[in-house]
Design a protein around this ligand. Structure first.
Ligand SMILES: CC(C)(COP(=O)(O)OP(=O)(O)OC[C@H]1O[C@@H](n2cnc3c(N)ncnc32)[C@H](O)[C@@H]1OP(=O)(O)O)[C@@H](O)C(=O)NCCC(=O)NCCS
Length: 152
């Protein structure tokens, strides 16, 4: 399967939002993705697209001065464990570096071992905890940091 990573466009938002709803118990409203793509000047958004033009992954990141924050990342459930997550995260990190970021941060559910394993592969380390961060079940968020962020 060939997957191209490209910038997210406003037309991609319904497909991205559908993946988000399949991936998270607290999905973003579709309007939040629309805001990120069209209005948020610090946001940098990418999708993974198959040769058949199907959107199967998305990432939203924010660059604030020299810090990159991974706001959300997901792969469609039918396309996981094929390297797509690694591909789209690589794009977000490299794009963030080019935009001036030299450290990267993200929050992840304590129970989300799959995502934590992916982040560790990129060199992210656990640097903090936000107690009861997730409103649905009161789960803690683990704060993970990649410092320094370098070109891969
Ligand atoms: C996390 C997520 C984005 C990974 O996407 P993916 O396309 O499956 O990722 P990849 O195939 O590139 O896998 C990357 C690495 O993550 C780890 N990983 C992914 N899924 C895993 C699982 N179910 N169990 C253990 N490790 C897993 C592995 O280390 C994997 O590398 P490997 O396949 O070489 O062993 C995907 O599972 C997802 O969308 N989950 C729901 C949303 C989510 O949790 N997002 C992160 C929120 S912080």
């Amino acid at each position: 399967m060939n997957v191209t990573i490209r910038k997210m466009a406003a037309e991609d938002v319904p497909a991205v939002s559908a993946i988000d709803r399949m991936s998270f118990t607290l999905p973003w409203p579709e309007s939040a993705f629309r805001y990120e793509v069209t209005d948020n000047r610090v946001a940098r958004c990418f999708v993974g697209e198959t040769d058949e033009k199907r959107i199967i992954a998305a990432v939203v990141s924010w660059v604030i001065i020299d810090e990159l924050h991974i706001a959300t990342i997901a792969t469609h459930p039918d396309f996981r464990r094929r390297g797509v997550g690694k591909g789209i995260l690589t794009e977000a990190l490299q794009d963030g570096y080019k935009a001036g970021a030299r450290r990267a941060f993200l929050e992840v559910r304590e129970s989300n071992q799959a995502a934590q394993a992916m982040y560790r592969k990129f060199g992210f380390e656990v640097t903090g905890r936000r107690p009861k961060y997730y409103k649905d079940n009161g789960e803690d968020a683990i704060l993970m940091t990649l410092d320094p962020l370098e070109m891969i």
